[in-house]
Design a protein around this ligand. Structure first.
Ligand SMILES: [Zn+2]
Length: 289
């Protein structure tokens, strides 16, 4: 029986699960160590418990598939780091590396009864990520396609962590919301707390989420004009605040794109999949999407 181990290597935790003929099962999670060396060692020791399994690792960062190298991670200590080579040297095991949002997108694709010819997966969390699945395969372009969060929405917008200005992520992500929340409340406030206050009727927070929806709508309009995808699924922790931005997002999408396009694309919240990134990584190990 063939088995595939999927690992979600995130900034705070490493989650892993096994795909077998019976389906995918999450096995556990461990805290992400601080340095690249420690993380590599931790994964090596995790892998040594699994013999004869193929391994896929989804990572929150830019992966250059041509070199199988991690180029950059905003929340992990990797820069131009070849995790694949290092693991092979340590334990003689091959792995497949993939961007975590690509793993999320492939997991969503796999859960659909009727497979769409084109699907874009978007995650709204601390940052904003995107993954493109075309004809059942991840579309990587020349390496790192799908960076939806860094599409420019307004040149006059705030600075982004990537070095750009007015990226969607700098306007509509968790960290952008929290920056705006601090401005209006004069203290540190989480996106979750802001959502609760908005639902209680506090206008300044309602407005922050409305603007988030507006900026997302502009991003989606650019995306649909360019790609005309069959399906867009939106996940990530901020989808729990959907009631506060979804309508504004769809209205802006309608106003900003060609009139026919929003009718042709189906946009809906992502299916809840336990360990979606680890699941997607195991699928990639299995089928090399
Ligand atoms: Zn950016």
């Amino acid at each position: 029986m063939s088995q595939y181990l999927g690992i979600d290597l995130g900034g705070s935790k490493i989650e892993y699960g096994l795909l077998t003929s019976k389906g995918f099962r999450l096995l556990g999670q461990i805290k992400t160590p601080k340095t690249a060396k420690e993380i590599t060692k931790k994964i090596a020791s995790l892998l040594s418990d699994f013999n004869r399994v193929k391994v896929g690792i989804g990572i929150a960062g830019l992966v250059d598939k041509s070199k199988e190298e991690i180029l950059f991670c905003p929340n992990l200590p990797f820069k131009n780091y070849n995790l694949k080579k290092k693991l092979f040297r340590l334990i003689g095991k091959e792995i497949v590396l993939e961007n975590d949002v690509n793993c999320f997108a492939i997991a969503q694709y796999q859960k659909m009864k009727k497979k769409p010819s084109s699907l874009i997966g978007i995650t709204l969390g601390t940052g904003i990520g995107g993954g493109i699945v075309l004809n059942g395969k991840i579309y990587r372009g020349n390496g790192i396609a799908g960076e939806f969060g860094h599409m420019c929405i307004s040149l006059k917008g705030p600075k982004c962590h990537c070095g750009g200005k007015g990226c969607l992520e700098a306007l509509a992500s968790g960290w952008a919301l929290e920056r705006e929340g601090r401005k209006v409340s004069g203290r540190k406030i989480t996106a979750k707390e802001m959502a609760e206050k908005a639902r209680q009727g506090e206008k300044k927070f309602i407005e922050i989420f409305r603007k988030m929806g507006h900026h997302l709508g502009i991003g989606l309009a650019n995306l649909t004009n360019l790609f005309s995808p069959e399906i867009i699924v939106i996940g990530g922790s901020l989808i729990n605040s959907k009631d506060l931005f979804w309508e504004e997002m769809l209205t802006t999408l309608k106003n900003q794109s060609f009139p026919e396009l929003p009718i042709l694309v189906k946009i809906f919240p992502a299916k809840k999949v336990a360990g979606a990134v680890a699941y997607g990584a195991s699928l990639i190990a299995k089928e090399e999407f």
